[in-house]
Design a protein around this ligand. Structure first.
Ligand code: PMP
Length: 423
């Protein structure tokens, strides 16, 4: 398996044709933050708004029936993408963050009490940390973190040791880290957690865009991801949960859509999945998400993954070869298309600004992984993240631009140092 035909694919993404920074072709390497959308997604959403948009489920008129049909068909496409057993297990949320908050509130409040442990990786995104801290504030449970070693890796033995020692109620981890790029053995760690009676939540925000997901094979109780990272729209995400556990959980948000009956005394809830979808759902976004998932499937998740791994490995090698550049992540065999790095003596924001001047879009900062940055003793990193439409030439331009930043700042750093020594 090799590179994708990017000449062909890039025609699907009009935004990639634009110039930035006074005439430089855009090199979009900020895909871990959000991907771009192909025409198929924009067209599907346009068609809904222009031809048959209406609220779903409630109306007995043509547009409402057509919208409901398209919305429920989007759910079926999502079920198929995840290989979930039934559509009841596929809940539309506002995104990964909303999905994890739903689990922490609904499952957490019902199942976690004082002294229980929620086990996370130190590299988790704030979306998979803060809701657990909030649960700890409500219940008195403890949030514990598995560290990375000096190669930025986490071994099976370390995971086993933490599971053994802490016996967590919940083990929640990202299938792929948005900062380190690491891809973790989800199925294996889930099985290990189950042996210790832990419930497992997989944050698949950085996995769903890049790899085949089979939730039945992974066997985790919960799997979550966001639409905007899989070439879909913002404002939509997915909470997959095993039917038995979702049925046992109280609903999180209350309102229209999630009820069977409401009286002055109380309410009864709808069956899954509506029980967890209070209010008007993200109708058009679900239709856009389904178009995105179909688009990815038509390319083939394995082909996308292989493409990114080649580009990621090239970026990794090129960046490591530059004197003064440190890649914050494991070697290419352990990660996908994400490369975070620091340049000695240059702040990540200056790196980002310089690269932007060359047309290269990367992200600078803590990438919502402050505990990881604190543990590694770095305040900020620059992150280049590839996707299916990126090319070898773009990666080479990234490497050349980073080498130039390093050279430029090394020169000005020397000048400043020598001036200071004269003073
Ligand atoms: N988890 C991971 C690993 C992520 O990369 C992100 C987005 N950067 C999130 C959670 C949060 O996703 P969202 O902002 O779409 O809710």
């Amino acid at each position: 398996m090799g590179l994708l035909d990017t000449d062909l694919l890039r025609r699907d993404f009009p935004v990639l044709e634009r110039d930035v920074a006074g005439g430089k072709p855009l090199i979009y390497l900020d895909n871990a933050a959000s991907t771009q959308r192909p025409r198929a997604v924009i067209d599907a959403m346009d068609e809904c708004y222009l031809q048959y948009y209406s609220n779903v489920h409630r109306g007995i008129h043509t547009l409402s029936e057509e919208s409901t049909k398209a919305f429920e068909s989007a759910r079926e496409t999502t079920r198929d993408f995840l290989s979930a057993s039934s559509i009841g297990e596929v809940i539309f949320t506002a995104g990964t963050t909303a999905a994890i908050n739903t689990v922490a509130r609904s499952w957490g409040d019902a199942n976690v009490s004082s002294g229980d442990v929620i086990l996370l990786l130190i590299s988790e995104h704030h979306a998979n940390i803060v809701p657990w801290h909030q649960l700890a504030e409500r219940t008195g449970c403890r949030v514990e973190f598995i560290p990375v070693d000096d190669q930025f890796e986490i071994s099976d033995e370390t995971v086993a040791e933490y599971l053994d020692r802490l016996r967590p109620k919940m083990f929640a981890f990202a299938a792929a880290s948005n900062t380190l790029g690491s891809e973790y053995p989800v199925k294996k760690w889930t099985a290990m957690a189950h042996e210790h009676d832990a419930t497992v939540l997989i944050d698949a925000a950085q996995a769903a865009p890049h790899q085949e997901i089979d939730v039945r094979d992974w066997d985790a109780e919960f799997v979550v991801f966001s639409g905007h990272k899989v070439c879909g729209p913002t404002g939509i995400g997915v909470l997959y949960g095993k039917e038995t556990i979702l049925n046992a959980m109280p609903p999180f948000l209350g309102g229209g859509g999630m009820i069977m009956n409401v009286t002055t005394d109380g309410f009864t809830t709808q069956d899954l999945p509506e029980k967890f979808e209070a209010g008007t759902p993200p109708i058009v976004e679900a239709i856009g998400l389904a178009a995105a998932l179909k688009y990815l499937k038509s390319i083939g998740m394995e082909n996308i993954h292989a493409h990114e791994r080649i580009l990621g490995a090239r970026a990794d090698a090129g960046l490591r070869a530059i004197d003064g550049v440190r890649v914050i992540g494991p070697g290419p065999e352990k990660k996908g298309g994400i490369n975070s790095f620091v340049i000695e003596g240059v702040h990540a924001h200056d790196v980002s600004a310089f690269l932007d001047g060359r047309g290269v879009a990367v992200r600078a900062g803590h990438h919502c992984t402050m505990p990881l940055h604190q543990a590694l003793g770095v305040t900020a990193t620059s992150r280049a993240s590839c996707y299916l439409y990126n090319t070898v030439e773009e990666v080479d331009e990234l490497i050349a631009a980073v080498a130039d930043v390093r050279a430029k700042f090394a020169r000005t750093g020397r000048r400043r140092r020598s001036r200071r020594s004269v003073e």
